[in-house]
Design a protein around this ligand. Structure first.
Ligand code: GLN
Length: 513
């Protein structure tokens, strides 16, 4: 590994590794072996759910061969982990797909999710995928329901900054693996904050694109009108590189948006009209919704966010006051719509077609009941019950229809803001990462902590978490940036400008292996 861009403890990001691979300073095989060793050494973190060394090394070999043939792209040969909500073809990868649920324990998917295929090595000998090498599948809350990764059927993930704290969720394994330097990048999914909040809790960068940018084909469905995939990595630049490969129209997903593939790296780098090198954000209006800075916001979070906002001002941005008056309502709205969709999506797990089947069935009814009772965890059951209730005759209009109306109004509120600003900013979460077990038995506490991520999710807008600083107990704090539809490039440009002048995003947990 001599000649590697930085020594191993330096944990190079995607862009640095890309340069090393292109210059022949390191091979995909060496990177894969290194990542596998790191994953093994850090198994107590709980980030990985599945690893298949032989298949990973075969992928690395294929990536090196592709480079020798002159067919490598910027991501070819770079190690990657997938949130275990993406299905991976078992015959191709040797990896199971569980969605963090006992219901799917041992499930062998017969195909790859579109995002997996696009980032990966593609067909054997082919050049269809970006050529990243899958190191394994990453732990997550069961069916992506949660904010702490404690709802995984396969155990919690520890926050690498303080192992007594949660990494956030539901993409907790992805965030912890990147923060601990086990992987330069990982995929995540975000229904109501699951990329942004764990990125914030673990001090990494993550982006949830506009709903419909990344195909949902092969993503185990939670709430279909909200679910969206995105990259989690060290920097905005690394996220831009991955998103360029992940996104784009997919005829297999009816909600995938038909527009040409985007080069987010070019968008991130494109200078703003009228900007200078020292003031790259000149003319950018950043809107601060007053509801995102309530009196009760933890002072450490407020301070770190304000510091990042001042840095953005120094780069030329101006801060303007805006309002998202229905911010608080986004919690009941989301916790009606998401469970409603979940109750419908999860009806397919009936012990017949997919997943766990009870051994104790006496007739068809008990087969359904017992398979579902045994296969699902408490939070998933809670949401199926809430969802079934709000969709049931007599309650549908009072809850579900009402929530849909409010969802529209929340989206309209954003459009009113975007007449006054180009980007919206605020905290990602009201506090830093909490202690493992602290919220046990109180699901409402976790629901309330989603307040700043849910509005953008309900509106289908792109949102980002960018490391802002550190708060209580030395834990990371993220700055949230929300853009208008398809403004991913603007978000990445803003975050990149910040990351060119500050090093908050480069700090690593002291105990990282
Ligand atoms: N914390 C939210 C929930 O529990 C969001 C989860 C997600 O985005 N997948 O539903």
């Amino acid at each position: 590994m001599s000649g590697l861009h930085a020594d191993l403890s330096g944990q190079p990001g995607v862009a640095a590794l890309s340069a090393d691979l292109a210059a022949g300073r390191v091979s995909a095989m060496e990177l894969a072996q290194d990542a596998l060793a790191r994953a093994r050494a850090a198994s107590s973190l709980g980030a990985f759910l599945a690893i298949d060394e032989a298949h990973t090394l075969a992928e690395a070999r294929a990536a090196d061969e592709r480079r020798q043939r002159g067919q490598a792209g910027p991501l070819t040969g770079i190690p990657l982990g997938h949130k275990d909500i993406f299905v991976t073809d078992h015959a191709r990868s040797g990896l199971l797909s569980t969605a963090g649920s006992s219901m799917l324990a041992g499930y062998r998917s017969p195909f790859d999710a579109t995002v997996v295929a696009r980032l990966g090595i593609g067909e054997p000998g082919g050049v269809t995928g970006a050529g990243m090498v899958t190191i394994g599948k990453l732990n997550c809350d069961e069916f992506a329901m949660g904010s702490s990764n404690e709802n995984s059927a396969f155990g919690p993930v520890l926050n690498p900054w303080d192992r007594s704290r949660v990494p956030g969720g539901s993409s907790g394994g992805s965030a912890a693996a990147v923060a601990a330097g086990l992987l330069p990048a990982a995929t995540g999914t975000d229904t109501g904050g699951s990329i942004r909040q764990p990125a914030s809790f673990c001090g990494i960068t993550g982006i949830k694109p506009t709903y419909g940018v990344c195909s949902r084909w092969g993503m185990v469905a939670f709430a279909s009108s909200l679910d969206q995939a995105g990259p989690m990595a060290r920097s905005a630049e690394d996220c831009a590189m991955l998103l360029s490969a992940m996104g784009g129209f997919d005829p297999r997903d009816a909600t995938s948006v038909e527009r040409p593939a985007q080069d987010y790296v070019a968008e991130m780098r494109a200078p703003r009209a009228g900007a200078s090198t020292s003031r790259p954000l000149q003319g950018l209006r950043i809107g601060l919704p007053r509801e995102f800075f309530p009196a009760g916001l933890a002072s450490d979070v407020a301070q770190a966010v304000r510091a990042a906002l001042s840095a953005l001002e120094t780069l030329g941005a101006t801060l303007v006051d805006v309002s998202l008056p229905r911010t608080e309502l986004s919690i009941p709205v989301y916790y009606i719509i998401a469970p409603a969709e979940a109750s419908s999506n999860l009806s397919r797990f009936d012990g017949v077609r997919y997943g766990h089947r009870t051994a104790a069935a006496t007739d068809l009814n008990s087969l359904y009941r017992k398979s579902r009772a045994e296969g699902f965890g408490a939070e998933v059951k809670r949401r199926i019950m809430i969802g079934t209730y709000v969709l049931s005759h007599g309650y549908y209009d009072a809850y579900y229809v009402q929530a849909q109306k409010l969802r529209r109004m929340i989206a309209d509120d954003f459009q009113a803001c975007f007449r006054e600003c180009d980007v919206i900013a605020g905290p990602v979460a009201p506090t830093v990462a909490w202690k493992l077990g602290e919220q046990a038995g109180d699901p409402n506490a976790a629901y309330l902590a989603d307040i700043f991520t849910l509005p953008g999710s309900l509106a289908g807008l792109p949102g980002m978490s960018v490391p802002a600083g550190f708060g209580a107990h030395g834990m990371p704090v993220g700055l949230q940036l929300i853009g208008n539809y398809f403004a991913e490039g603007r978000l990445l440009h803003t975050a990149h400008a910040l990351q060119q002048t500050t090093d908050v995003h480069l700090r690593r947990p002291p105990a990282a292996p």
